[in-house]
Design a protein around this ligand. Sequence first.
Ligand code: GCU
Length: 418
Amino acid sequence: MLKTVLLYSLLYGVALPLLAQKHPLPDPLILNNGKRVTSANEWRSQRRPELLERFANEMYGHSPSKPSGMTFEVFDTDPKALRGKATRKQVAVYFNGKHEGPRMDVLIYIPNQVKGPVPAIVGLNFWGNHSINSDPGIRISPSWMESNRGNPYIDVSCVVNHRSTEACRGINARQWPIDSILERGYALVTAYREDIASDEPATKFTTGVHTLYPELQNRGDNFGTVAAWAWGLSRIMDYVQTDKRIDAKRVAVFGWSRLGKAALWAGVTDERFALVISHESGAGGAKLFHRGVGENIRRLCTVFPHWYAGNFKKYMDQDTLLPFDQHLVISLVAPRPVYIASAEQDKGSDPEGEFDGAKAASAVYQFLGTTGLPTAQLPPLQQSVQGQIGYHIRPGGHDVTNYDWAQYLDFMDKHIKK
Ligand code: GCU
């Protein structure tokens, strides 16, 4: 019977709820040596590092540190962008300091109505900086672009031969409500995923940051693309720390879906991020594999073989038996605020599994003396719960909506607005 169920789940890329919770979730507060963590200091000096090491070894890979030769060049400043509401800046980040080397463009909008350094949201985008707003001043990304997505939330017919054209300006603006973000007093800082690492299995590890660290590749704990995106978010943070108009101590990292997986890992690996928003991050993000529901490890590792380290493939078909799980990743953000969100129809991400990930991470938040997640039950649709962990589930499918942003801005107001 078990074999049949496993076979079925393999064939369909989903495991049946029948298998759900067969194996207990690893307790975040029990050390590898079996002893219970008894103090915040023990969490910090022993448990947190051993978990970080485990996830770097088994799942995400080991990332390089900040490159010593990296340079920033502000190539555009417009103090009257977006009808005077914002100052727009664009910064070229040369990862190895060479103009012919890999380059990431960072687009920044800083609200003009606020005095002093402002808090900010840093997040990667799916379709190039020019896609998030129709502002004609944004440099059109020359990087490779997906041209076919069969996905209802975006029309990419403007992409020709895998390159963006003028017609691509603002194609993804709906998911980036810049006016509300600015009105609430936050800067928005974004960059394009492909500038950091290729998201195509065929060209994996041949562009962006991966070209600089060949020695990190042919090994089981290789630096996968999700980790590379997280690394890129940290490089954006390196720039932000140099910009006097942004308060680097009040920066939230945001990401949706695969970029929500990356935002979570960035928040874990880089404690300069004061708050983390992992939106519909699903498998390899916030959802628990142990439930055996939604996208599984086999699908992640075969459809997106570049996202995680080679070692992660060992765990294909072991979802419900894993010796670790994603609640441990979320708990590594503690005690900093983290928000996890789901959409009712986003079945691949397993909304309940995302909620359960947040709930299980709450043990660490509470242990560290914060409120954690203020509910043990999946809340009704459109009822955001906000403690040190925030969560909501809204109607609809895999997308980023104004409702989602409104909750995130409230959560940020609560925790980092001052
Ligand atoms: C696919 C993938 C998900 C991912 C999503 C996205 O659906 O299976 O894991 O989150 O793409 O990034 O949009």
